[in-house]
Design a protein around this ligand. Structure first.
Ligand SMILES: Nc1ncnc2c1ncn2[C@@H]1O[C@H](COP(=O)(O)OP(=O)(O)O)[C@@H](O)[C@H]1O
Ligand SMILES: [Mg+2]
Length: 319
């Protein structure tokens, strides 16, 4: 591993990513015609199959995939997550909502091994996640995106996705990118799958554009493609629609539905209550680190505690 890109190389998560790319960016140069690269990818069913090769084997829809039991996280004197118990069932889109500071991201971080819980347990796919390292958790089948976008800005969209593929398959990234003979086969698979993933999320024409030059919305889609590249059983999205206008939000909800329909289970953090109503199967509501409701969207909408939690907190308040 010498000249290959890796963690730390131009990794950024931040405000400059949040700024929309100027309208004047390179016009048609660098636009990838997926159908020309791989004719099979002009068929959406083929794309879906490449994106989720395991989906036919995925059984047990409705069974518990992940369960937290009394999960708590403290930061010094602050209890950010307080004795939270809920489950995520196979094949569902579970919404995790709550006002800013409620503990949503902390909950994600505790599940994905970023924070060590101060109490409680997380069980995933029948296995306790206690003491499981972050990369191991990815391998077990949990992938996530971040509230603040994290991409390799100097790498192309396709390369960013290939890095995600690597987390799962141990394909050599330098091999895939620099085309050594030894890695030709893996390279082909990874690139083909990467392209299918970009097509799936709707940004394949931008495959060879540097991530930093993509529009904000496309960067969010790229993050989702990269998370899906690890072939997760559970995809966790942390406010994927933050900063979107209403039509971008509704397009993103369509994509999330498509992801679920392709066999993935989704945990969706969202601050905007109206947005999750249309896309989730069930919703867990946090307030001040505690779970205050866990119900169907229609019931959540009428729940007095939830309404009270959201009173005085406009939906479009900063995230
Ligand atoms: N790394 C951290 N160190 C200290 N406090 C934190 C940290 N992360 C989150 N918090 C605090 O925990 C609480 C929950 O935060 P967070 O999970 O980010 O909320 P949400 O995602 O629901 O907006 C907030 O009070 C926040 O300030
Ligand atoms: Mg958050």
């Amino acid at each position: 591993m010498t000249a290959g890109p890796g963690p730390g190389d131009a990794l950024f998560d931040n405000e400059d990513m949040a700024a929309p790319a100027p309208e004047t960016e390179a016009p048609s140069a660098g636009i990838v015609d997926v159908a020309a690269v791989d004719p099979a990818l002009s068929d959406p069913d083929t794309v879906a199959e490449v994106v989720a090769p395991q989906r036919e084997i995925a059984t047990g829809e409705g069974q518990t995939l992940l369960r937290t039991d009394g999960l708590s996280v403290r930061f010094g004197g602050l209890v950010a997550l307080d004795d939270v118990t809920f489950e995520i069932r196979r094949g569902e889109i579970l919404g995790l909502i709550g006002p800013n500071g409620a503990g949503k991201t902390t909950c994600f971080n505790a599940i994905t091994g970023v924070y060590k819980p101060s109490g409680g347990t997380v069980t995933f796919d029948g296995k306790p996640l206690e003491k499981t390292k972050r990369n191991e958790i990815t391998r077990l089948g949990i992938a996530r995106t971040f509230q603040n976008i994290r991409l390799f800005g100097e790498m192309t969209a396709l390369e960013n996705v290939v890095v995600g593929t690597d987390a799962r398959h141990r394909t050599s990234v330098p091999g895939a990118i620099f085309r050594t003979a030894r890695h030709r086969r893996e390279e082909r698979d990874a690139v083909e799958r990467g392209l299918a993933l970009l097509e799936f999320v709707g940004i394949a024409p931008r495959a060879v554009e540097k991530a930093k030059n993509l529009s904000y919305g496309d960067q969010r889609r790229l993050e989702i493609a990269r998370a899906l590249a690890t072939e997760p059983k559970l995809l966790c999205l942390d406010e994927p629609a933050a900063g979107f206008n209403p039509s971008e939000k509704s397009a993103l909800m369509d994509l999330i539905r498509k992801i679920r329909d392709d066999g993935f289970t989704v945990l969706l953090i969202e601050h905007d209550m109206r947005l999750v109503m249309g896309v989730t199967d069930r919703i867990v509501v946090l307030e001040f680190g505690r779970k205050i409701a866990d119900d169907l969207p229609t019931a959540i909408r009428e729940n007095p505690a939830v309404i009270a939690a959201y009173l005085g907190v406009p939906d479009d308040a900063a995230s």
